[in-house]
Design a binder for this molecule. Sequence first.
Ligand code: NAD
Length: 511
Amino acid sequence: MNLLQALLSNLGLSSENMGTSSGKSWYPTTGDYLESYSPVDGKLIAKVIQTDWKSYDRLLSDLQMAFTTWRDVPAPRRGEIVRQIGMALREKKEDLGRLVSYEMGKSYQEGLGEVQEMIDICDFAVGLSRQLYGLTMPSERVNHTMMEQWHPLGIVGIISAFNFPVAVWSWNAMISWVCGNVCVWKPSEKTPLTAISCQKIAGEVFAQNGFPEGISGLICGGADVGAWLAEDTRIQLVSATGSTRMGKSVAVAVASRLGKTILELGGNNAIIITPNADLDIATRGAVFGAVGTAGQRCTSTRRLIVHEDVYEAVKKRLVSAYAQLKIGNPLEESNHMGPLIDQEAVGQYLAAVEEVEKEGAQVVVAPGVLDGSGFESGCYVLPCIFEVEPHYRMVKEETFAPILYLMKYRSLEEAIHIHNDVPQGLSSAIMSTDVRESYRFLSAAGSDCGIANVNIGTSGAEIGGAFGGEKETGGGRESGSDAWKAYMRRQTNTINYGNQLPLAQGIRFDT
Ligand code: NAD
């Protein structure tokens, strides 16, 4: 049995004929196939039926029905179901992590990390299921009381990107479920098999607990299928993760029907390395941030803004660290970096390199595409570094590849200006042991990003904080803190327990 067959068998899957599900069972539809190729070895690993409009419409009816059941289940009981999903994920962690690595191309360690993130958000959501607190407010009227309650929205549509093929769904679904919503998920067309595996795991837990189909729904397809979610008035909230281009299209469609969105879009993340940095920590944080997941994290480090006094030292350390990187099959744990998702992504990497060189960038660590034994998929590239000027056009764009831009600064104000002078605003970091410059970076006059770190890199967020970014990153927040509020509707209640009807603001209306 080869690796794929073993994984599919352990996860209880076949690699064909699945694509639309309202829970445990799959709609027996026929239609066009979506093919999933592994960037690891270029092999076809699954053929998945693309959801057609008819099955989508049926699924939405199932979801609407299921919502009427699920919203009435007490929130802590909903939390118990999510706890069981977390337990099921623990059982499948190695197999699912390996499948994530094989289908998407990230290292096996990062695949495991992604599944761990799903388990963590389940645990978080279980606790949250007993903490969906509203406030009480003193009323200005005698014998009145005011309070607010949080109610579920209805159907939450989740559109996810290829680079976190399963974790992003879980951030949205687990929180949505404890809040009392039902979910329909449109995963990336590049990673349908891992999505199907997650749907099976969750669907089985709902079925074992006697819940109807339709609390967890899955549809497969490309941008056109995603657009159905954006346009559908039956879907109260669309949580979309992907490129800024996709987010702008979804935002317009959902806003035109006055629906709600959570948008988690592109980043262009930078680290400022000051003269007071611990250069060991700074280098390690920068290298993992730039090279981890082959530069295909929304939080990947793309820009290093380095003080002139430590610039040459940092450059030397980076060159030496890059020389030690091992690139190859991400399932082999000795490799640091696997492939890009597909050959189209390799084309974008090469185009960005060509463009930035035309603008005047100087090579520090050379780019290239690997070929020969082990690299047959054509998706393996060399992580590279360029010295640039901050105003270059390519430096202001997100290229989803391991390209790192190095630039010099003289004063902290200049570094913060360079840092913020890009359209995106997701993650950021400063490397400094100086408390003044660290806090300056975290202040309102500092980083303009949703995430700002000190002495850790830009990637690798924990689930306990609210995750998301500003500007072209879309402004959404997911995961921890009070991000759950975006998945519920707030209802203000005023209760009169007296025998008069006084009006607010003292208005008199005597008859
Ligand atoms: P993508 O925009 O190509 O696709 C993302 C998802 O959106 C896919 O499921 C796709 O089918 C769907 N889609 C595309 N166009 C659509 C449309 N017009 N209407 C509805 N759905 C549509 O992105 P990708 O290449 O899969 O992922 C990489 C991008 O995602 C990067 O820009 C990265 O920064 C971003 N990302 C952001 C976050 C975050 O939290 N901010 C997290 C992960 C990835």
